[in-house]
Design a protein around this ligand. Sequence first.
Ligand SMILES: [Zn+2]
Length: 419
Amino acid sequence: MPGKELSKQQLHKLLIESLDDAVKKHSKPGQVPLELQLTSPLPSKLRLYLYNVSSFREGDCKINVRLPDHREGNKYAPPDRGEDFLVVLGGYDEKYDVFAFWDDTLYDEYREVQLLTLKETTLKRGSVEGIATQFRDGGKGGETVIVADNSHLSEALRMRERLVQIRELLNDFLPPEWRDNSKQGQIIEHVVYAFLEKTDPDQPTHERRESAQEFIAAEQAVEIQAIQEMTGSQLWKEPGKEGYHREYFDPVLNAIESVWKSAGDQLKPTLDDILAETTVPELLDNLGTDSPERRTTVQDQIQRNQQLVDALKALYDHQCQVCNRRLQQRNGDGYSEVHHVRPLGDPHTGPDKQSNMLVLCPNHHADFDNGMIIIEPSTHEITHLYDERYTGKQLETTGWHELDNEHLEYHNTEICGFG
Ligand SMILES: [Zn+2]
């Protein structure tokens, strides 16, 4: 049974004190919601609705969500989600001395008497292990509740934000059914989280992905094969393809990491804003530019376009879209080049966008520049003017990368002199 109830002011003070140096600024304790500005890498702006955890049924606990709008007599109300705050609904449990955080992004609004539940065993695990997570059916497609003691509060809030960001990215990278089965959705999100946060970025992707899958298998006490199925054939549902296929999920991991990294440091606020409401192709197009006049500063633009180029190379894991070859560098990294289908400079003035880009090996990059490769715009069939091996093959495309056929037509007529 949970312990005694604290006032809003006590709850807020406790949380602020526990976060200690990570708090740059906070609103007045006791005032709902509590707003915090936190230091990096924590969510920069956090809006918290905090409640006491109380007992519910046998083995279950809950918070009663009651928002300011409910007090005005509204039966349904959303929390205040304005101004780029990460909104979190949280609870404090006095008995185990832990905080619990639910995922607000899964709910449009809350009923006047809305219970958000969690298992008492998760509270207990949180108090013993410092941080614990629990999957829960609820919201759209299930959610992860995070429980943490005072010394793991920062980690828990960072995880809360990252899981939200990961879900937004996965929505763009994976087949639409990926969250139809809530357990599967939760597992995928956690594998991506573990990949980004708990594996060594210097190791090859497939090894890191395996460690992430092993980590989640151990955490969930299931066989690794089950985790691999959820990130493999079960997810992509391709006839005749059983088990795990590197070429599907691994490039997604690379692409997410690439967007992730580029969202770091000084560009973070801008990218977070974009991530909140756009799809990945749009995001990547936003990184590029239609017209040079729209540039803010040259430095800024170069940096943004480099992110786009890096994201695209990561998506293909440096494999050439014509021949699938992947060149390597001494440090084990892949090597590829990005070609603009409709060239950037005068007189072509092509856009610096993903829809105008190809990932190529140096040979095929030169062949494109020299007009030796023609791509049929509607079918993407290749005609190679001196190397028959590639004629009749299809240009490979994957994930969120969508070529604009008009640029291919331009290439065929203007660069190759065809049609
Ligand atoms: Zn090639």
